[in-house]
Design a protein around this ligand. Structure first.
Ligand SMILES: [Zn+2]
Length: 215
């Protein structure tokens, strides 16, 4: 048998074993993820289609190992125990990193304070957008713990929502987000007409936008 066919055959046998294991359901499936301790290291063992044993320390300090179904659990335990020193130093580094991130993160204002702040800011800009606001009146303002967006605009509910962390950004950047979201009432897209509308109210919006990207 050629090396290629042999490799293919091994792969087939392995795949069949894996399918049988998966089909086994119940007790076997329950073993797909196991909590184990070896060499004083608590870790999660996940059975995956990996060639070797993978061991990693996550940002939160937890330890995760993955190994193929055919690797005996005692072998994985020994593997982890032999690397206990490496795991402990990786955990220590992760803890230092977490502490540093914690210290660098600016304290967010209370939600009620953040809301009052954004409402006041929106009231300043509202007169310039009154004609395009739903119903022609001041939109509802909301502050949410958004992490992927600085703001959003809902035409349906007539609401402008802002990320709470926007309140710790430079005021020039906050004003830009307010104008950006107000402009969405007239242009619910990022078309050239939308950006032209933003530029009309805030000619220096590009510089302000950069303040958000620097963080
Ligand atoms: Zn937008």
């Amino acid at each position: 048998m050629s090396a290629f066919l042999l490799a293919l055959w091994h792969k087939c046998v392995y795949n069949i074993a894996y399918i049988l294991y998966k089909k086994g359901g119940g007790s076997l499936a329950a073993q797909k993820v196991q909590q184990r301790t070896a060499g004083g290291i608590a870790y999660t063992l996940t059975r995956r289609r990996v060639r070797n044993i993978n061991l990693r320390v996550r940002a939160d300090g937890s330890v995760a190992a993955s190994a193929a179904v055919r690797v005996p659990v005692s072998y994985v335990d020994a593997f982890v125990a032999a690397r206990a020193d490496w795991v402990r130093s990786a955990q220590a580094r992760a803890a230092v990193r977490r502490e540093r991130e914690e210290a660098e993160r600016p304290e967010l204002p209370a939600k009620a304070d953040a809301l009052a702040h954004m409402q006041a800011l929106c009231r300043v800009y509202y007169p310039q957008f009154a004609a395009s606001c739903p119903g022609g009146h001041m939109p509802k303002i909301a502050v949410r713990d958004m992490t992927t967006r600085w703001g959003s605009c809902s035409l349906r509910t007539g609401t402008l929502a802002f990320a709470r962390r926007l309140c710790v950004m430079p005021l020039a950047a906050q004003e830009y987000v307010v104008v950006h979201e107000f402009c969405h009432f007239a242009h619910p897209d990022h078309s050239p007409a939308f950006w032209a509308a933003v530029a009309r109210v805030m000619p220096d919006y590009k510089q302000r936008e950069k303040l958000l990207k620097m963080r």
